[in-house]
Design a protein around this ligand. Structure first.
Ligand code: Z5A
Ligand code: MG
Length: 206
């Protein structure tokens, strides 16, 4: 059986990651593919609840401590994600380790220090980076409710994302309409899935 593909949507705040993840999962299901959605932070776990308390300003934490909690929140999902990929289930993932590094580095932590706790996590087969200027993000609903939703920090975060971007990322212009973005993401994903069926490769780990 071909291994499922790990499809990651990363990017700037309000770029439409969650909207696109849901649309992609629905479109793949409509094609009778086996697919599940993961979202980080996963606020349902004990660690996720600590992260939620921090993001909604009801708890203060040292910058390094919260960085490690975000990473631990990914590690606690790893075995289950691995099992699902091995069983041929495709995973659509809403944010991952790049968000972890981008936000903590933008707050002033060292880039290499930030990358270390995530070393060894399963690597995505395809990474979409949804790029949106902060001025556009501010015009979309809900900006300003959580701890990190501040213009200056968001600009720094985007800069770190652009530094992390490697040539394998697929950049999506998030100023486009929801549907235009969806068709672009779906087309690239289907190509990747077909590729995987040909060779049944497993993604390497770091
Ligand atoms: N964080 C971290 O620090 N470290 C980590 O390791 C991780 C995360 C994993 C919470 O994340 C915070 O955690 C986040 C990063 C940090 N901090 N901030 N800020 P989250 O994923 O839970 O955040 P969120 O609440 O889901 O927001 P988001 O991800 O920024 O939004 P989005 O998913 O990209 O966008 P959306 O919810 O799909 O759409 C936002 C609005 O825009 C909505 O009204 C849509 O209808 C509209 N929209 C969407 N697409 C379009 C287009 N194409 N045109 C016009 N309007 C659109
Ligand atoms: Mg989201």
């Amino acid at each position: 059986m071909a291994r499922g593909r790990f499809i990651l949507l990363e990017g700037c705040d309000r770029a439409g990651k969650s909207t696109q993840c849901t649309m992609l999962v629905d479109a793949l299901k409509a094609k009778d593919l086996s697919v599940e959605l993961y979202k980080f932070p996963d606020r349902t776990t004990t660690i996720g609840q600590m992260i939620h308390a921090y993001l909604t300003n009801s708890k203060e934490l040292d910058d390094r401590a919260i960085h490690l909690l975000f990473s631990a929140n990914r590690w606690e999902a790893m075995q289950e994600m691995k099992r699902k990929l091995s069983a041929g289930i495709h995973l659509v993932v809403d944010r991952y380790a790049y968000s972890g590094v981008a936000f903590s580095t933008a707050k002033g932590l060292d880039l290499t220090w930030c990358k270390n706790p995530d070393r060894g996590l399963i690597r995505p087969d395809i990474t979409f980076f949804l790029d949106l200027p902060t001025s556009e993000a501010e015009r979309r609903g809900g900006f300003g409710d959580e701890r990190y939703e501040k213009r200056e920090l968001q600009e720094n975060v985007r800069e770190v994302f652009l530094k992390l971007k490697d040539k394998e990322w697929t950049v999506i212009d998030a100023k486009k309409s929801i549907l235009a973005m969806h068709f672009e993401i779906l087309r690239e994903t289907e190509l990747k899935i077909r590729d995987g069926e040909k060779d049944g490769r497993f993604a390497e780990e770091d």
